[in-house]
Ligand binder design. Structure first.
Ligand code: NAD
Length: 254
């Protein structure tokens, strides 16, 4: 049902974004792949998805502009924009490196502003569009030692509601998906810092910190998050806008 639609998924070289790109591709969308990775890996993904690739560092406004210039070259437009690229840093606030704070806010929040403001005119013109932002359970609740991440994710939830209202009568929807813990490199990479910040072993971090939050005691799968993103692109989802969908094994129910 997405043939003829063009979708940009940020952070689509890995984890949740890659699963979303695969899910949208399976429904016929043309994918613009973006994110970091080695050349061979990116070439293999381009082959698999039959996609264009535009490389950009989305922690800078110039990087976001370059991405959008590449994704919409020759006057092209986007039908689906998924703001998914994100990063984490775990540290007590008094030791939190200010440069890490700036990078996390830039990637997890400000990049979505830059991509959205460039994508919206074409979507409005077409009278159809889907903006999907990967927020987090941390857009609804907080955990200690993740000050920048939690601030950025609460921020993107507010940004999403705002654009949903602005675009309400245009055929363009804007929604957040808020996963709990999904097993990706983003989680793997925070385990050592969480061990240090809390004085715990690796197993204790996985079982007593991460899965302690999820009543199901299971990590969410990237494909489960992707299926929700695909649903939000369906015609039947045209009246879903400004929503923040939890997919967190019951975490935020508690
Ligand atoms: P991941 O590390 O597997 O993927 C992150 C992607 O972002 C990669 O493609 C990477 O290349 C890209 N990226 C990183 N820095 C970038 C930069 N400076 N410029 C451009 N691209 C950059 O992580 P993931 O778990 O798939 O995370 C995807 C999103 O899901 C993030 O927004 C994250 O906050 C969110 N999320 C993840 C979890 C989880 O448990 N994994 C839970 C809730 C929300």
């Amino acid at each position: 049902f997405l043939s003829g639609k063009r979708a940009l998924v940020t952070g689509s070289t890995s984890g949740i974004g890659l699963a979303m790109a695969r899910g949208l591709r399976a429904e016929g969308a043309q994918i613009v792949l973006t994110g970091f990775g080695d050349q061979a890996e990116i070439a293999a993904l381009q082959d698999e998805l039959g996609s264009d690739y535009v490389g950009a560092d989305l922690t800078t406004a110039a990087g976001c502009e370059a991405l959008m210039d590449g994704a919409m070259e020759n006057g092209g437009t986007l039908d689906i924009l998924v703001n998914n690229a994100g990063m984490q840093h775990v540290s007590p606030v008094e030791d939190f490196p200010p440069e890490k704070w700036d990078l996390i806010i830039a990637l997890n929040l400000t990049a979505a502003f830059h991509t959205t403001r460039r994508a919206v005119p074409g979507m409005k013109e077409a009278g159809w569009g889907r903006i999907i932002n990967t927020a987090s359970a941390h857009s609804l609740t907080a955990s200690p030692f993740k000050s920048a991440y939690n601030a950025s994710k609460h921020g993107i939830a507010g940004f999403t509601k705002t654009i949903a209202l602005e675009l309400a009568q245009t055929g363009v929807t804007a929604n957040c998906i808020s996963p709990g813990y999904v097993w990706t490199t983003l989680i793997e990479n925070q385990i050592p810092d969480t061990m240090a910040a809390r004085g715990l072993s690796r197993d204790e971090v996985v079982n007593d910190v991460l899965l302690a939050k999820q009543p199901t005691k299971k990590f969410v799968q990237p494909e489960e998050v992707a299926a929700l993103a695909v649903f939000l692109c369906r015609p039947e989802a045209g009246n879903i806008t400004g929503a923040n969908y939890s997919i967190d094994g019951g975490w935020t129910a508690g």
